[in-house]
Design a protein around this ligand. Structure first.
Ligand code: TPP
Ligand code: MG
Length: 348
């Protein structure tokens, strides 16, 4: 099942039920739920006896509105998304089947990277998902390379280059912002600003705490956006998308959010996030905020919401079980797919 499939309306008389607005909104809500459930199941699979997932694993719970908002603005035929290692949510939002995603985590041949990439390397180039990257800040120069190709080929596409608040002090950040602005590349630099790099809060590593201002020195528009309010996010980020599509160059955005779990599977977050911070964040859970809004607008009923939650839970359970049945890659394949196959350069 994909993002296009939503729970059937429970009551036919509901206001807005047949409207496009209601349908699209419920699809988005469903996708945020799907991502949250996927991450919860991933946590269980990682921590329970008989652990099926190895290596590093970074969960995305709490940040769902950003990936679902970006997917809403994204044209899979011409746009690119490139990311750090916290990449499960974006891949699901761009349509990756949860079974394929679990298979990648379980090291199965049916995974998006044939089971050899794992949690940090979810890719699907066929929809412009140029993957997760493990080196902090390493994706920025790659992202502007993609944007350069879009400009060179005049595709009208843009690249959204995502990174964490911990990446802003990397040298690659400076180099990429400068070139992108100088060459007016169609790129959106987006910090998924969850306020911490592992356990280090922004005020401990950045002399300027308002990270959005980092773009100013490179002569590009900058903005802070609410990364937990899906509607606001889509509306405000669409300005940057249009600017990029018009060929006017990059925009720098801090999408402000909170992650609900630790940095990776090895920390519980309890040592560097106060109870007050965690409580305040829960009040701004992107899923609850959005579901409440839809209910107030009459675009969602409680019964409908419950049915949607149940359906998503079943879908995730089924996907994990199916992925578990899939085979591991054959031993003979261990040296394949390490580097891209080379092909002769063909100027267009
Ligand atoms: C060049 C480099 N240095 C250090 C690390 C180790 N490391 C992995 S994640 C991380 C923190 C990054 O935090 P942030 O950019 O805020 O992203 P978040 O994890 O919050 O999404 C660090 C230091 C790395 N992967 N690459
Ligand atoms: Mg961070």
């Amino acid at each position: 099942m994909t993002v296009a499939d939503v729970a059937a309306p429970a009551k036919s008389e509901a206001a807005g039920e047949s409207s496009d607005e209601g349908h699209v909104a419920r699809q988005r809500l469903r996708m945020m739920l799907l991502i949250r459930r996927f991450e919860e199941r991933t946590y269980q699979e990682y921590t329970k006896p008989g652990q099926k997932i190895g290596g590093f694993c970074h969960l995305y719970s709490g940040q769902e509105a950003i990936s679902v908002g970006l997917a809403a603005l994204f044209d899979k035929k011409r746009d690119y998304l490139i990311n750090g290692y916290r990449c499960h949510g974006h891949s699901l939002a761009l349509g990756m089947d949860p079974r394929v995603a679990f298979a990648e985590l379980f090291g199965k041949v049916t995974g998006c990277s044939k089971g050899k990439g794992g949690s940090m390397h979810f890719f699907d180039a066929s929809v412009g998902n140029m993957g997760g990257h493990g080196i902090v800040g390493g994706q920025l120069p790659l992202g502007i390379g993609l944007a350069f190709a879009q400009k060179y080929k005049n595709t009208g596409g843009f690249t959204v280059c995502l990174f964490g608040d911990g990446a802003v002090n990397q040298g690659t950040h400076n180099e990429s912002l400068n070139l992108a602005s100088l060459w007016k590349l169609p790129v959106i630099f987006m910090i998924e600003n969850n306020g911490v790099a592992m356990g280090t809060e922004v005020h401990r590593h950045s002399a300027e705490k308002d990270l959005a201002k980092r773009g100013l020195g490179y002569n590009m528009p900058t903005m802070n956006v609410d990364g937990n309010d899906l509607d606001v996010f889509i509306q405000e980020v669409s300005v940057a998308v249009e600017r990029a599509r018009r060929g006017e160059g990059p925009t720098y955005i801090s999408a402000n959010t909170f992650r609900f779990r630790g940095h990776s599977m090895s920390d519980s977050m309890a040592t560097y996030r106060t109870k007050e911070q965690q409580e305040a964040a829960k009040q701004r859970d992107p899923i609850t905020l959005y579901a409440d809004r839809l209910m107030k607008k009459g675009l969602l009923h409680q019964e409908q919401y419950e049915a949607m939650q149940e359906e998503v839970a079943e879908q995730i359970a089924r996907a994990a079980e199916q992925a578990d049945q899939d085979p591991h890659p054959p031993v003979e394949d261990r040296f394949n797919d390490i580097l891209a196959e080379s092909y002769p350069y063909q100027p267009q």
